[in-house]
Write a protein that binds this ligand. Structure first.
Ligand code: UDP
Ligand code: MG
Length: 172
């Protein structure tokens, strides 16, 4: 079981609003495909303040917290959305982090995604085009925040079924 989990280790990837504004989706996905990992979920998301604050909850004491919330919400870019993915495979977290490069784009190797495409804004925010989960606990927390179980094609975490009557839109 542990082995199976390891073989299908999931990690969350976000192409942040600067990646979208700079039309880097294709380039970023091509770089990620070098890992030979598999995409198990994908969608386009308009990020609410609530979602951004929950995503970066562990950084809420940092002086740049408000800036990175605005950044993830797309407040500084013309594409006010992110693309969210779950990648799965052997050592997915490490492989994706390696190809992303260091958090600070000036410190990231030029062969990495952040090294190639990131920048530091005049306000000092690292606009580094991509988010990737940093460990298994964070991956689980983040994936459960961004995706519902039926949006992921594999059973990566235990689920339960609940019955609820809610109004939701369907195609007219
Ligand atoms: N960040 C920043 N300045 C810092 C540290 C982080 O602007 O000194 C931003 C950057 O966009 C980073 C995000 O905050 O990707 C989350 O920070 P974290 O330390 O979790 O880095 P990551 O896991 O994304 O490499
Ligand atoms: Mg992080």
């Amino acid at each position: 079981m542990e082995n199976e989990l390891h073989e299908r280790q999931p990690t969350l990837v976000l192409i942040k609003p600067d990646g979208l504004s700079k039309s880097l989706t294709g380039n970023i996905l091509t770089r990620l495909s070098e890992t030979k990992l598999e995409i198990a979920a994908a969608k386009c998301v308009r990020v609410s303040r609530e979602l951004a604050e929950e995503h970066y909850r562990d950084l809420r004491e940092k002086p740049f917290f408000e800036e990175i919330i605005g950044y993830l919400m797309g407040k500084f870019h013309d594409r006010k959305k992110v693309l969210a993915f779950v990648y799965v495979g052997v050592d997915a977290i490490g492989k994706v982090r390696d190809i992303c490069g260091a958090t600070n784009p000036e410190e990231a190797a030029s062969t990495t995604i952040r090294g190639a495409y990131g920048r530091i804004t005049t306000k000092g925010v690292y606009e580094n085009v991509i988010h990737a989960s940093s460990n298994e606990q964070e991956a689980e927390r983040e994936i459960k925040l961004w995706f519902k179980p039926d949006e992921v094609i594999y059973n990566i975490y235990p689920v339960k079924t609940v019955e609820e009557k809610v109004k939701h839109p369907i195609w007219a």
